[in-house]
Design a protein around this ligand. Structure first.
Ligand code: GLN
Length: 274
């Protein structure tokens, strides 16, 4: 069996070519950047041990387990994060939220909190980009916090993690509150495709807005005057989220598009007065 044979076998299992290449590199103990090497060596025979390892990885992927869980890490905003089934896989659309937050955080003693941090992706990317900011992050899941803390340690980033539901117990006042909360409607058929990821990080009530409502209701009291709340949400929730922000007394509710052109984040500002 050659490398090319193994990739062909993966294709018959329904694996995408890129996924199969990344899994094969992993099974061979080679860097994920070595795809060109694979192509150049496609007639090389493969030893039984990596061959069996690859077959096992392909079987996992064939059940729709995310490649990031199988490889054990995922790149997000230039950071290499450890991930496993205790946390949602960081997604590229969430980078839009980080970019927005970084624009608002001057490199001084800003206070920032990330709600429902999961792997720590957002909080760690902010701390990396704005080292002088004081960054806190919370999650209700102790398991997720274990992953986030390990990531912080591996990356040498000083973020203060604690176990809490949204802003309950938080102090502040914050300059920026960010969150990528669960926002998928509980009966959304799309959840079936995400069966390997923690459901409590994905599903939020009948309309997917249950957690966003709680966060928006809590935010104003924890923002300093002029401070912002930035939220990620579903592809069809921007208008509803702007409505919630405005109803909660936040000014200038606006949305931002992700790289697919979808209005993916919305934010509002606590008025300077009051
Ligand atoms: N973006 C994810 C998805 O729909 C959902 C993430 C979330 O609920 N925060 O695949």
């Amino acid at each position: 069996m050659t490398l090319a044979d193994l990739l062909a076998a993966a294709a018959t299992l329904g694996l995408e070519r890129l996924d199969a290449q990344l899994l094969l590199l992993h099974a061979l103990g080679r860097a994920q950047t070595d795809r060109a090497w694979l192509l150049a060596h496609d007639t090389d025979p493969v030893d039984p041990v990596p061959r069996q390892h690859f077959a096992h990885l392909c079987a996992r992927r064939a059940t729709a387990e995310p490649v990031a869980y199988i490889l054990g890490h995922k790149e997000f905003f230039g950071l290499d994060l450890r991930v496993d089934k205790r946390v949602l896989v960081p997604r590229p659309e969430t980078e839009t939220l980080v970019e927005w937050a970084l624009e608002l955080i001057s490199d001084q003693a800003c206070r920032v909190i990330d709600l429902g941090t999961g792997s720590g992706a957002i909080a760690l990317a902010i701390k990396k980009g704005r080292p002088a900011a004081f960054v806190e992050a919370v999650d209700t899941s102790g398991e997720a916090l274990d992953v986030a803390r390990a990531n912080a340690q591996l990356l040498g980033l000083d973020v203060r993690f604690s176990q809490a539901s949204w802003l309950s117990g938080a102090t502040g006042p914050y300059d920026v509150i960010v969150s990528n909360p669960p926002y998928v409607a509980a009966r959304d058929p799309h959840l079936v495709d995400l069966a390997h990821e923690p459901i409590r990080a994905l599903a939020a009530g009948d309309d997917g807005l249950a957690d966003i409502r709680i966060i928006v209701a809590q935010a104003r009291a924890h923002l300093r005057p002029g401070g912002r709340l930035l939220l990620e949400h579903g592809y069809d929730q921007a208008a509803a989220v702007r409505g919630l922000l405005t109803a909660a007394g936040l000014d200038g509710a606006i949305s931002r598009r992700d790289l697919s052109g979808i209005e993916r984040c919305s934010g509002g500002k606590r008025p300077e007065q009051g």
